[in-house]
Design a protein around this ligand. Structure first.
Ligand code: 13P
Length: 287
């Protein structure tokens, strides 16, 4: 069932668990995540970066693929199709293409311009029934060419953006896209607690979910995080499983070169990662 992320995230916030956003890259990724969400009876958010959207032949192709897969795989759990780190133009393109949720990443703009553009998108998303994620502060690291310096959010600016009526808010709290460096100081729970206090019931989003230790994930959820984004970890597990298959020479045996066979271990590895995260986030059985 394709839905906006509003209801699933409000339930998560009230129930003290988080819904996973898993980024998709192709058909295998999408199928693996949808089937796992159904198996775990968990709500799920499929994240699409602008780069991945382009790679998959545009947002319309992605929206049609996801809708048709939900139908043909008989997926009954709530699924949101969400633009990840959208530009202003990208947001409108996804609204037109039939996404059910968008993120407007206004963090590169001065706060006044972030507020102005977010406000406009709140109105459009309300009219069309989409959920909207906004960002304050910056997520560090690089994802599909979007580079952030990792700046902790100002709680007052968070309140300003939350008050515009967005569905969920991503606040920089020392989190980074991709692998965390060995000298990473950890999440700033001080910032998270201050933001949480300012924004009240607004579900908070934790980007850079790959490699955050379990105790930090649990603490972040206890402080109001209701959506956690995972991308790199599925890519790493997929790559390791496909590498093992080829290194073991399995592609050279019989029809082992058939892409459906060659990619199957990667798909299973994504499924295992998604299962593990859903259990950690507490969303299992919450569909
Ligand atoms: P990771 O790639 O670090 O898991 O981050 C994903 C993310 O935050 C998507 O926006």
């Amino acid at each position: 069932m394709l839905v906006s992320a509003s209801e699933m995230l409000q339930k998560a916030k009230a129930g003290h668990y988080a819904v996973g956003q898993f980024n998709i890259n192709n058909l295998e990724w999408t199928k693996a995540i949808l089937l796992t969400a159904q198996e775990m009876q968990s709500p799920v958010i499929l994240g699409v970066s602008e780069g991945a959207g382009k790679y998959m032949c545009g947002f319309k192709t992605v929206a049609d693929m996801v809708k048709n897969m939900i139908d043909s795989l008989k997926i009954t759990v709530p699924v949101a199709l969400h633009l990840d780190h959208g530009t202003y133009e990208g947001c409108y393109a996804c609204i037109d293409a039939g996404f059910s949720s968008i993120m407007f990443d206004g963090s590169p703009y001065p706060i006044a311009e972030n507020v102005e553009k977010t406000k406009e998108l709140v109105k459009v998303c309300r009219e069309k029934g989409l959920s909207l994620e906004a960002e304050v502060g910056a997520i560090g690291g690089e994802e599909d060419g979007v580079v952030g310096m990792g700046e902790c959010a100002d709680p007052n600016e968070c309140k300003q953006i939350a008050d515009l009526g967005v569905t969920m808010l991503a606040a920089g709290i020392g989190n980074i896209h991709g692998k965390y460096p060995a000298n990473w100081p950890g999440l700033s729970f001080e910032t998270l607690a201050a933001v949480s206090e300012k924004v009240g019931k607004m579900p908070l989003v934790l980007h850079g979910g790959t490699g955050i230790p379990e105790d930090m994930i649990k603490k972040a959820i206890s402080l109001g995080v209701s959506k956690i984004n995972v991308n790199t970890e599925c890519q790493l597990s997929f790559a390791a499983a496909v590498r093992a298959y080829i290194e073991e020479g399995k592609d050279l045996v019989g029809k082992g070169f058939d892409p459906r066979k060659l990619l199957a271990p990667g798909v299973e590895a994504i499924r295992a990662t998604v299962r593990e995260k859903m259990e950690l986030f507490g969303s299992v059985g919450k569909a």
